[in-house]
Structure formats: C-alpha cells, structure tokens
Design a protein around this ligand. Structure first.
Ligand code: RUQ
Ligand code: CUA
Length: 655
C-alpha cells in the first residue's frame, strides 16, 4: 500500500484491536509465556554475526534499510532515492547525478519493494533492486560495496508500484504503472479517462555481466491500476504476473467507484512472445525523455544521460502476449509458489484467497476457454484457471510467501494476522496475530524456488502501543516469527527506518564472501583525485576555486588555504589515501550550505562551499578516525571580492 491509511477506517482498527485483545496483549504488557525461549532464539552474542541479511524498503524515506536476522539490529541506512547528509549521497558532486530525472534533480522518493537478483530462481547475492514509486524509477544496488550503482527512470509511467520484480535469471526487472495516465502524456479532460488513459508494463533488460539496465519494451494496456507483480519460475518461467484493480476505469473516488465489480484481473504476460513481436516489427519507437544514471564502478563518479526514445508494444497488436485472469476483488499481491505452478492472489476485499493454476491456465488458453475480452486481451474463465480457494482465511489478504516445505503464509491486513495454509489442500493450518495491520511479509527466499523457511518477518503498518511513545509519530516496526515448527512463534518486535513495505532476506554468507573492504586508490579515476600529498594543490578558474586535498590519519593536505574570495565557489576535492577497512574521513567547513563529506578509503569526493563572509574559517574531519582525530583540521582565509591576496596553499610542493 502506498500509505498506511490506505484502508484507513475505524472498522479496520476495530478488527486489529479485537485481535490484540483476544491475544491478551496491550500496553506495558508482561512478557508472554516462552519469552526466554524467544530471547534465546534472537540472541546474537556480542561479536557474533547474524545469520541473514534483511533488506527493508524505506518507504517514504526513499532508502533501503539493512538489518541482521534474527537479532533485528539495524546495520545500515543505504541511500537510494533520497539525499543522505550522513554520507553526502546526493550532496557531493560525484553522487548528485544519481538523482537526476527528466523533471530535474529530485532528492526524494517513495520506495516499496527490494528485490534480490536471482540465478536459476534463487538469490545470488549480486544486486538488489528497488522501485521509486512517485517519480517512476528503478535502482540497482551493488551488494559488493552496498552502493547505489544505477537508477533508471521509467518514461510514460505514473506511480511505479508493481516493481522491480525480476524474472528467474534476472533477465528482466519489471515496472508497471500504478496510475493510468494519457500515454504519451497529453492535455486532455480527466473525464476522458476511458478513451485516453492507458496502463503500461515496462520490461527492463538487465545485463547479466554488468547488471546495467535498459528498457527493452513497454506494453500498452487497458487503463486499469496495476498494483503488484511476480514473475514465474520453472514451468512458468517465461511469464510475469501483474495484479490490477479499477477495471471499472474510474477517475474519481476510487474507494467506491473502483470496488464495483466482483472481480478484477491478474494480467499474465508471456514475455518471450513480447520479445518475438518486437523482433517481428509489431512495436513502434516513440519519443521519450528519461534519465539513466550510472555510478562508474572505477571512477566512482556518477553520470546522468537523458534517453530519447522507447519501444511501445500495444497488447492488442501482439496476440498471445497477455491474458487476463479474473480474480476477486481488487487483488493486491500476486505470488508464485516455489514450484512455479500456483499463482496466489491477495484480494484485499475478498473473503477467500484465490489460487490459480499455471498448467490449467495454459490448458484454458489452448482450449480458448475465454469469457470475453478487454481491448483485444482475452479474459480466461475463472473456473478454468482456478486451482482452489483458501476458505475463511481471515480478512484482507494481501501478500503470500512460501517456506519451501509445502506451506504458504498470507498477510491479512484487516484482521491483522499471518495465516499459514497448506499448498496441498488449501486448508488453514495456523494463524498468529501481528501488531498491527501487517502489509507485506517476508521469508528469506520466500518468493523464490528455494526458500530458507526458518523465519517470517511481518512488515506492519501501525505500531500504536507497542513502543515507548515518541510524539504523534510513532516508530515503524517489523516482527520476527519462528516458522520452523508446526506453529508460528513470535520472537521479536524491532523498529525500522521509514515504512518497511517489503523486505527480502538471504543467508549472510552469500554476501560477506564477496565484500569489498576498500576502494583501490591505484585505480581511482576521479578527474580531481590527488593520489598522493604531492599531487594536491589549488587553482582558480574565474569565480571557481578547486582544492585538491588529501586525507589520511590524522591530517589534511593542504590545511592552510588563502586567497579565496567572498562569492567564490570553492570545490573541495578530497581523496582519502587510506587503504584500510573501516577508515573513512569526514570533511565539513563552517557555514557550508551543504552536507558534510564522508570519504571512503581510496575514494575522492567533492563538496562545494560558497563563502559569504570575510574571515578565517576552520574545517575538520567529522569521523572519529584516530587518537589525533581532533587535530585533523585546517583553515581557509576568505578575503573580500576583488582582493589582491594570492591563492595559495601549503601543499608539499609550495612549502
Ligand atoms: S504494497 S502492503 Cu506498496 Cu507492496 Cu502491499
Ligand atoms: Cu579523519 Cu577524523
């Protein structure tokens, strides 16, 4: 959901609290029976590592949270779509291009779905993708160094929610528009929705060697709202599934007007057929403007390129590319079981959990078991594709993950619980309350071919009385459950940064093995790098002053600079000469209208300072790096505009 108030109603609260009351929980409650047992299961002794990495979306913080499981300890806030003054992401000259878009520099987004890259349907620990919902973008983060390596804007999209789910071998990452809009954009009456607004499903090709993203094609669809997605696996490998709601095509008061029909649709997209149609010339090139931002892995300097065209494939021009599966009632999540055969939908307003069968779907297509069509897209008969329904699961099913042992776990938003059910006969096996109003849930590898089905994490929308109050805004939170036995057991509540819409986890060893500890100074290709103290210096080009500076425990070179004038743009290019793990240096100067810098070993980072006052201003290292960290400082003398003080610095050459 895009907001924690999506279903914001008192009924929902009533239900959530009723469940809480039933379970005998409330504020200041005594620890439940088995607390010692639970504590032991999440205890990671000092100095020990967690077993899993958990990556949570930051929601409206636009970032990615990195946690350890089972401890729930926060390890890192990894900046993606939002500026982060803590390490100058989006503030430094080298990183600013990452946040460029066709709308200009955008320092924020709303990120919902982290998605690990996969090989043969199993996370491979190479990259993690995440969507920018508001200004449609997909980011790729390199898990070697936990750096946002690439951000691709999605043209002609509006609300990149059903994204960035990947296919089994990361052939594609998908990006469906949540809101239908005039496509391409146009100045038309909103009331002409039905005739002018379209949906769009974007397939981004991911280069298997470099991870680089490129839009392969965009499929034009009827003007519904496309909500979530998952790709097939095994037998369903060539397909991606997208839920949609608002098949009523309402353009106002969707709360009522988009809940009229008994069923909406899952769109089943056969992407190899789309590839063929593009090859056969059934697609067309259309103008577009969208930013493609890449952090160069060698120079560590980001570049932003504006792309100018994209490939549109109208679903009706490519028979066999899309089929609609009727699915009750405003479906939200769509999840494919580890075998690739079962397609589970979460109808937010449905009273059952509908489960489609992939093999029945293929047979229905062969038999032409259609009940009609929408804009040339065949609609399959519900009875022809359905494998079964989970009866009386609870209220408000949203998302389902799998444990690899034949069980499914579905989050129930309205009744605020996780329901465990059998993939064999669709019977409910267990249920536990969540505090409160769970959205997504996450099992390590739980949407892949081989889940590590040890834990499930509930990603809750509301915390109310679970933590010490912190004013009107309370912490966001997740809960960890042990699912290794027949009954789920609550182990831990832990606060999260931003709104943790969704999360993915994988065994820590898959990442720790390939970790980079420093950046190689010898290959630093930043154009303003100073690879030794002898290479430092100052220079002036008109109103711009460039300072090439180095940092190493525990001094800057140069550390005395004179001849800067009021109104100059002073570019501090600072190279961290360290080649030691965990020794960044920081940089800040009085009155800088910008963030600090935090420079990793071997890296160069640049920040701009425009002095507005005459005087002598100190700068210093902001990261406590050694016993003489407090000595790591310097001065810049600022003279009036037009002053005759020469530009000098105490670099080794000029001593
Ligand atoms: S959504 S709570 Cu933004 Cu993934 Cu379902
Ligand atoms: Cu360098 Cu503190």
């Amino acid at each position: 959901m895009s907001s924690r108030k999506s279903f914001g109603s008192h009924t929902m609260w009533g239900a959530a609290l009723a469940v809480a009351a039933l379970a005998g929980c409330g504020k200041g409650n005594a620890p439940s029976v088995g607390a010692a047992d639970a504590a032991q299961k999440v205890y990671v002794a000092p100095g020990q590592y967690d077993e899993f990495y958990l990556f949570t979306s930051g929601g409206f913080s636009g970032q990615l949270g990195v946690y350890g499981l089972p401890s729930g300890r926060l390890l890192k806030v990894l900046p993606v779509f939002s500026q982060n003054p803590e390490n100058a992401y989006g503030y430094s000259q080298e990183t600013k291009p990452m946040l460029n878009t066709s709308y200009g520099f955008i320092p924020w987004d709303d990120s919902h779905h982290p998605e690990l890259s996969m090989t043969n349907g199993v996370p491979d620990g190479r990259w993690i993708f995440i969507n920018g919902n508001n200004t449609p973008r997909v980011a790729r983060i390199d898990l070697k160094d936990f750096v946002t390596a690439e951000i691709l804007e999605i043209p002609h999209s509006a609300g990149n929610h059903a994204s960035p789910f990947v296919t089994e071998n990361t052939e594609y990452s998908v990006a469906a528009t949540r809101f239908s809009v005039p496509t391409p954009q146009a100045d038309v009456p909103i009331a002409s929705y039905k005739e002018n607004f379209r949906g769009l499903l974007t397939f981004i090709k991911v280069d298997s060697a470099t991870g680089h993203m490129k839009i392969a094609f965009q499929i034009l669809m009827p003007g519904f709202n496309y909500d979530l997605s998952h790709s097939g696996k095994g037998p369903s490998h060539e397909w991606s599934f997208f839920t949609s709601y608002n098949s009523e095509e309402a353009n106002t008061l969707l709360e009522v007007n988009a809940s009229q029909k008994d069923k909406d649709y899952i769109a089943a997209v056969h992407w190899t057929v789309a590839e063929q149609c593009v090859k056969d010339g059934k697609a067309k090139q259309v103008p577009a403007r969208y930013a493609h931002n890449i952090m160069d892995p060698v120079s560590h300097v980001a570049t932003s390129t504006m792309e100018t065209s994209t490939t549109f494939l109208d679903a009706k021009d490519c028979p066999g590319v899309v089929y609609y599966l009727p699915t009750p009632k405003s479906p939200h999540g769509v999840d494919v079981d580890p075998s690739g055969e079962l397609i589970v939908a979460g109808g937010k307003l449905a009273t059952v959990i509908p489960v489609h069968s992939f093999s029945r779907m293929i047979k229905a297509i062969q038999d032409k078991a259609f009940e009609g069509e929408v804009n040339g897209i065949p609609v399959l008969k519900y009875e022809a594709t359905i494998a079964g329904e989970v009866k009386n699961p609870g209220l408000g099913p949203l998302h389902t993950e799998f444990d690899g042992q034949g069980n499914a776990y579905t989050s129930m938003f309205v009744s605020s619980e996780i329901v465990k059910w059998s993939l064999k006969d669709f019977t409910v096996l267990d249920r536990v309350p969540t505090y409160y109003s769970i959205g997504h849930l996450s099992i390590p590898g739980g949407d892949t071919r081989k889940p590590w089905g040890k834990y499930v994490v509930a990603l809750n929308k509301i915390t109310k009385d679970r933590y010490l109050p912190t004013g009107p805004e309370l912490t966001q939170s997740a809960q960890l459950f042990d699912i290794s036995g027949p009954k789920m057991q609550l182990l831990l509540d832990f606060p999260t940064i931003g709104e943790p819409h969704y999360a993915q986890a994988l065994p820590a060893s898959m990442i720790t093995q390939a970790q980079l500890r420093t950046f190689d100074l010898a290959t630093n290709a930043d154009p303003y790098a100073a690879l030794s103290e002898a290479a430092t210096g100052v220079s002036r080009k008109g109103q711009s002053v460039h300072v090439k500076m180095t940092a190493i425990r525990s001094h800057f070179v140069p550390d005395n600079i004179e001849g800067v004038q009021v109104g100059d743009s002073v570019f501090f290019h600072i190279t961290n000469l360290e080649q030691d793990w965990d020794v960044p240096h920081g940089f800040a100067i009085t009155g800088i209208n910008n963030s600090e810098l935090l420079i990793m070993p071997g890296e160069t980072r640049t920040i701009v300072w425009v002095p507005e006052k005459v005087g002598v201003f100190p700068f210093y290292c902001t990261d406590f790096c050694s016993a003489l960290h407090q000595e790591m400082q310097g001065y810049v003398r600022v003279s009036p505009k037009g002053s005759s003080v020469a530009l000098t610095a105490n670099t080794p050459a000029k001593h």
